[in-house]
Design a protein around this ligand. Sequence first.
Ligand SMILES: [Zn+2]
Length: 244
Amino acid sequence: MLIDVHCHLDMCEKPEEILNEAKKKDIMITSAAVNEKTNESLIAWKHPNLKICLGLYPIDGLKCGNDEIDEIINRIRKHRADVWGIGEVGIDYKESVDDEEHERQEKIFRKFVSLAIELDKPIVVHSRKAEEECIEILEELGAKKVIMHCFSGSMKLVDRIINNGWILSIPANVSFSQHFQNVVSRTPLKQLMCETDSPYLSPEKTWPNTPLNVEYSYKKIAEIKKTSLKDVEKELEKNYYSLS
Ligand SMILES: [Zn+2]
């Protein structure tokens, strides 16, 4: 089984066709929500090749009051049996400019990290221009089941993630991205997963991307690790189940 550990299936074109194709090709799709609306639509969606992550994207979080955030968290608690992980959550300093917003994002992120620990679920972390800040909060709160999604921080921080025993998920654009090829070289197979972040980050620089393209990440990992595609598939499946 191939696993796309992070994408936004609800934003993709013809998601039902993608799911049918995923079933034929034995691909598990893990779709992440970004706000209350997408949390709701993912909860309602059932398919054998679909797992869901519920959360609140850092920029969407800035539009929510404390009560709304607590409501979202309580709804996730209520649906814990249907939820594979907590995501997409994190901190994004690129799209957020002032200190007040930075502080607010960190406060919300802490709530979701605590939730993931409480529910014993993996947490899928978005950490744009705030890579070290995210790592520090995760370390401080003692998170263990961590997936750093599309991690663009320095190799020093990649080493810190590896030392913490966390997972780095490699997007399909590793086909041309030297940064992600370097991350793969450095990270042991037992700490790698694959993702597409579709409809974003197409491996062929086209729009839209699809979870079916997760194969690009697997192929590149096999090439860099000088092993077979089957071996990568088997190892990453183990990683996935160890988080579940
Ligand atoms: Zn995403």
